[in-house]
Design a protein around this ligand. Structure first.
Ligand code: ADP
Ligand code: ZN
Ligand code: MG
Length: 480
């Protein structure tokens, strides 16, 4: 699945996004990090273990005449531990770590970048065996195309980098690691044999990976004895290592704010929501009328999800506003980690997304801007069904879109004629319309439950999956 960033959240209101600051240039002797600091990512660690061994005893490799790759490229989404892995390689091999970030070159004057690269490699050659780490290499290593003056500096820097990589003797024990989250934009010259010819994927962690990462970071804080890390890991599908580290730290801050000296399960649960949706805005002023609408909207999502067989179970519903701008949300958590989605499941997801708006229409006879985020997500899914997943009736298994940047949101561009594009739009519209109709039908068939659940949510502001199901399963006390 392309977009699985916290896929189970349906925020009411603005889209939720995560920021990430850019790294800085630094050169330091030893990192102090080891593979033990990196949880999960076993394949990446295995691939890097050979480099560690090479740095330990280059002679072993020289003797037999084997050449190790000069460079390895760590490729994956932001926050998955690429920088951490590079530091860990240096730590494991116990060699100096020279680090420079591509983004540092961006505002430099012409010539300075190239000189910096020259400098870096000169220093590294003196300190060999060592590791040279170029973070965010895409900022200098972009494909050289077109002739715009502004890219002069970048191009010179890149050329210098290529020259340096070709120039040094691989057996000296200088290993170059680089990291990027946009591998498809890299200049092919960089990927040629003798340069970064080894590519190490560093993907978002799976369920067990997330649990392991939570454990690693939890060692740094004082914990209650019975923390269920598996439950937290299940609630954070699509989260990166950096986000998980942040979740543990936030939980510790919440515990301090609460005047406790250790972290409890509920702190981590609250922290998951803080990291995803921002802090609670307890004092936000929301009129009773709006509150009612938001409650119906969220119950609309939840009820549609509960009635359909192919939807993930409801974990929590809340109408406490968050600093991200979300006014409420419905959290669904799958029993097991999902790697594939069936057509039925994708359709069910789209139907759930339309459930919020459907409830507004059904109960208030109007619609609000609150569904904007749902609409965006539903459209994205429906479009992918038609253009990428081969799940439409008219286009069979034809690819109509390619994904440009699969690690950074994955925006896609059409690769079909204008006529086909128009038909795609029609088909997308059709899918969403029938999902919307289905949601409307589910809700009007369950109108009593819709009201009962919405009142309950209005009263409590937050309800759990169990509370939700208890009301749902209760036989109607008085038939209408
Ligand atoms: P990237 O370079 O891929 O964007 P970083 O290596 O900078 O990501 O990761 C940022 C932080 O996130 C790390 O310092 C670490 O605290 C945490 N982190 C990320 N991935 C992992 C992991 N696999 N195990 C433990 N911590 C991780
Ligand atoms: Zn919604
Ligand atoms: Mg990084």
């Amino acid at each position: 699945m392309g977009n699985k960033r916290f896929g189970m959240f349906k925020g009411f209101g603005r889209a939720m996004s995560f920021g990430k600051s850019s790294a800085k240039v630094y050169v330091k002797a030893l990192t102090g990090k080891t593979f033990a600091d990196v949880a999960g990512q076993d394949e990446a660690k295995e691939a890097l273990a050979e480099i560690v061994d090479f740095l330990h005893c280059p002679e072993k490799y020289a003797e037999i005449g084997a050449k190790l790759p000069k460079g390895a490229l760590l490729v994956g989404p932001p926050g998955t531990g690429k920088t951490l892995l590079a530091q860990a390689v240096a730590g494991e091999a116990d060699v100096p770590f020279f680090s420079i970030s591509g983004s540092e070159f961006v505002e430099m004057f012409v010539g300075v970048g190239a000189a910096k690269v020259r400098d870096l490699f000169r220093q590294a050659a003196e300190k060999a065996p060592c590791i040279v780490f170029i973070d965010e290499i895409d900022t200098i290593g972009k494909k050289r195309e077109g002739q715009t003056g502004s890219s002069d500096e970048r191009e010179q820097t890149l050329n210098q980098l290529l020259t340096e990589m070709d120039g040094f003797d691989g057996n000296k024990g200088v290993v170059i690691l680089a990291a990027t989250n946009r591998p498809d934009s890299l200049d092919p010259a960089l990927l040629r044999p003798g340069r970064f010819d080894r590519r190490i994927p560093v993907e978002l962690p799976d369920l067990s990976g997330r649990e392991a990462i939570l454990h690693v970071h939890a060692q740094k804080v004082k914990l209650d004895s019975d923390i269920d890390f598996n439950a937290i890991a299940r609630a954070t599908a699509g989260a990166s290592g950096a986000e998980l580290a942040n979740i543990i730290n936030e939980a510790a801050l919440i515990a301090v704010r609460d005047g406790r000296s250790f972290v409890e399960q509920k702190d981590i649960e609250e922290s998951v929501e803080v990291v995803i949706a921002g802090y609670q805005r307890r004092n936000a002023v929301i009129s009773p009328k709006e509150k009612e609408l938001i409650a119906y909207h969220e119950i609309g999502h939840a009820l549609v999800a509960a009635v359909q067989a192919d939807s993930a179970p409801i974990h929590k519903i809340t109408i406490v506003p968050r600093t991200s701008g979300a006014l409420g949300y419905t959290m669904q958590i799958d029993e097991n980690e999902k790697h594939l989605l069936s057509k039925e499941e994708v359709l069910a997801k789209i139907t759930v997304l339309t459930g919020g708006r459907s409830a507004e229409e059904l109960v208030f006879g109007t619609c609000t801007t609150g569904a904007a985020n749902d609409i965006e997500k539903a459209t994205k899914l429906a479009r992918a069904m038609v253009t990428r997943y081969g799940m439409s009736s008219s286009f069979d298994m034809t690819a109509l879109e390619t994904v440009n940047n699969r690690y950074l949101g994955g925006d896609a561009s059409l690769i079909c004629s204008a006529e086909t594009a128009a038909r795609v739009d029609e088909e997308v519209c059709c899918i969403i319309k029938s999902a919307h109709d289905k949601a409307l039908k589910i809700l009007s068939d369950n109108r009593d439950k819709l009201h009962e659940l919405a009142f309950f949510l209005l009263e409590r502001e937050t309800i759990t999956g169990e509370e939700f199901r208890a009301i749902l399963d209760k036989k109607a006390a008085h038939a209408v």
